[in-house]
Design a protein around this ligand. Structure first.
Ligand SMILES: [Zn+2]
Length: 154
């Protein structure tokens, strides 16, 4: 896919933009042939970083990425997570896939946030609701059907 003309991440990759929106210098943390990582300027706490891992080419959603890109993305995510785990007890690995999931930059990207117990970061804000066993069973059927249908579309 061609680079999007209005994509900040594509501009980072090409070197057209050298600064984040707040004027902080854009720095590559690590790169492979097809992927790149850098620090987000959205810090979850003063002591915690927030790393983004992206494909170098412009893909809006994860499902748009070819297998080779997906493979490198996951390996890159694992490497960064491993690095963060050298000084932390865990990592939240998130990907907001689509506008309905709060994706704001339409160039697919993984978020990695190193975590420790009682660090005050509230990623887990959603409240768990109780559902019946019948609803649970119906939802299982529904999602299985969706997966079956998704496999048919390429
Ligand atoms: Zn892009």
């Amino acid at each position: 896919m061609k680079a999007d003309n209005n994509c900040l991440f594509c501009d980072f990759v090409s070197g057209k933009w050298k600064k984040h929106k707040n004027e902080f210098a854009f720095e590559k943390l690590y790169e492979t042939e097809l992927t790149l990582s850098f620090l987000s300027i959205d810090f979850p706490s003063p002591k915690r970083v927030h790393v983004l891992v992206i494909p170098k080419k412009h893909f809006v959603n994860l499902q748009d990425c070819p297998k080779k890109v997906l493979h490198e993305l996951i390996e890159h995510v694992v490497l960064v997570s491993k690095a963060l785990r050298l000084e932390n007890d865990g990592t939240n690995i998130l990907l907001n896939d689509g506008r309905g999931a709060e994706q704001t930059v339409m160039h697919t990207h993984f978020h990695l946030v190193p975590r420790n117990k009682r660090d005050g970061i509230e990623i887990e804000l959603w409240k768990r609701v109780n559902i019946s066993q019948k609803t649970y069973s119906n939802l299982n059927k529904k999602v299985k059907k969706l997966i079956k249908n998704a496999k048919k579309t390429k």
